[in-house]
Design a protein around this ligand. Structure first.
Ligand SMILES: Nc1ncnc2c1ncn2[C@@H]1O[C@H](COP(=O)(O)OP(=O)(O)OP(=O)(O)O)[C@@H](O)[C@H]1O
Ligand SMILES: [Mg+2]
Length: 336
């Protein structure tokens, strides 16, 4: 399986079917994941230890961080689990929580420990582990960072089931919103003077300015040992109105496609006109939860229609032209 890891360009093509935008992050992640699994394959041949390059994903909530990692792990065919750093910090038994994460990875691997040992673990909300945020009666963010360091480096972890999991080859991806990081970065920014001009160098500038230095993360509150183990960073951008609209319609399993399927099983064609997705995207923008609110908003729009359609078998087609007008119900002969 790992012998033929898809090329980064192939991985990005696969991601494009499910994740809208985030092109830089997709490339960075695809290359990181590709080289990780290449190294694993090579290490198996000459039994050399691998130098791991764990990845840090930075970006606002609901912009596709988890979705991208999950989709990548599907493309490669390795087990994938997510965990939240905050729940690690809220327990007094960090190691038990870490065991539980690895236990889930083994379950995802169908109980096969050696498959689990090549999996991907995504740890979200890593930014909440600021070393200053120590709460009473719970483990401080800093000691969670230390506990995570150990498994990221590679160690033998004994699970509750008595099985041992070697974490050496597991790829760890950490994620977080890192609110306030931009302010820290702008204070250490070397490229600030260029960004006053708004010419066609904009994308290059954005890339330079988007670079996160380990020292920025240190200032933010991650311990140096931790930032040192996350040499690769990928940034997820805030989603624009246009992207939010595309997210509802373009991905293979888009919300629109899912509801069209539901209506089809009722013998009804659902048609939502493009401007409606623009209107929904505008509302979603105000909610500031990235793409997360889209499903709820779309369901709110569809629910009244889905309520009446099954009762009225003569409805052939439903057309929605605006959030602010009633849907048009087109009727036809009832099928015998
Ligand atoms: N770029 C995107 N393309 C397609 N769908 C997206 C995108 N971003 C978010 N979504 C949708 O929004 C949902 C939430 O996204 P996801 O879980 O990836 O957010 P996240 O960046 O991990 O946020 P958080 O920081 O809160 O964990 C996804 O299940 C997906 O449906
Ligand atoms: Mg997430």
């Amino acid at each position: 399986m790992l012998a033929k890891v898809p090329k980064p360009s192939v991985l990005v093509k696969f991601l494009d079917q499910y994740v809208i935008g985030q092109n830089d992050a997709k490339k960075t992640l695809a290359v990181a994941v590709y080289s990780h699994f290449k190294k694993l394959a090579r290490a198996r041949e000459d039994s050399a230890p691998i130098a791991k390059s764990n990845v840090l994903l930075i970006g606002p909530t609901g912009t596709g961080k988890t979705l991208t990692c999950e989709t990548l792990s599907r493309a490669i065919g390795v087990p994938f689990v997510t965990a939240e750093a905050t729940s690690l910090a809220q327990t007094r038994y960090v190691n038990e929580e870490i065991d539980a994460i690895l236990q889930r990875l083994v379950e995802k691997a169908g109980g096969n420990v050696s498959v689990a040992q090549n999996g991907i673990v995504f740890i979200d909300e890593i930014d909440k582990l600021k070393s200053t945020d120590s709460q009473p009666r719970s483990v401080s963010g800093e000691s969670v960072q230390h506990a995570l360091l150990k498994i990221m480096e590679g160690s033998m972890v004994r699970l509750g089931s008595g099985q041992y999991v070697d974490t050496t080859n597991i790829l760890f991806i950490c994620g977080g919103a890192f609110v306030g990081l931009d302010r820290i970065m702008s204070q250490t920014q070397t490229y600030g003077f260029i960004s006053t001009s708004k010419d066609d160098n904009q994308t290059i500038l954005e890339r330079l300015n988007a670079r996160v230095k380990p020292t920025d993360l240190f200032t933010f509150g991650l311990i140096p040992e931790f930032t040192g183990r996350l040499p690769i960073t990928a940034r997820f951008q805030e989603l624009s109105k246009e992207m939010l609209a595309r997210i509802m319609t373009e991905p293979r399993n888009s919300i629109y496609a899912q509801f069209r399927d539901i209506f089809r099983t009722e013998g009804v064609e659902l048609e939502v006109e493009p401007q409606v997705f623009g209107q929904l995207a505008e509302v979603a923008l105000e909610y500031k939860t990235g793409a997360r609110s889209l499903r709820g908003l779309f369901e709110e729009l569809i629910t009244p229609v889905l309520f009446v359609v099954p009762d009225q078998p003569d409805i052939r087609k439903v057309v929605i032209t605006s959030l602010f007008t009633e849907p048009t119900l087109i009727r036809g002969e009832t099928e015998v």
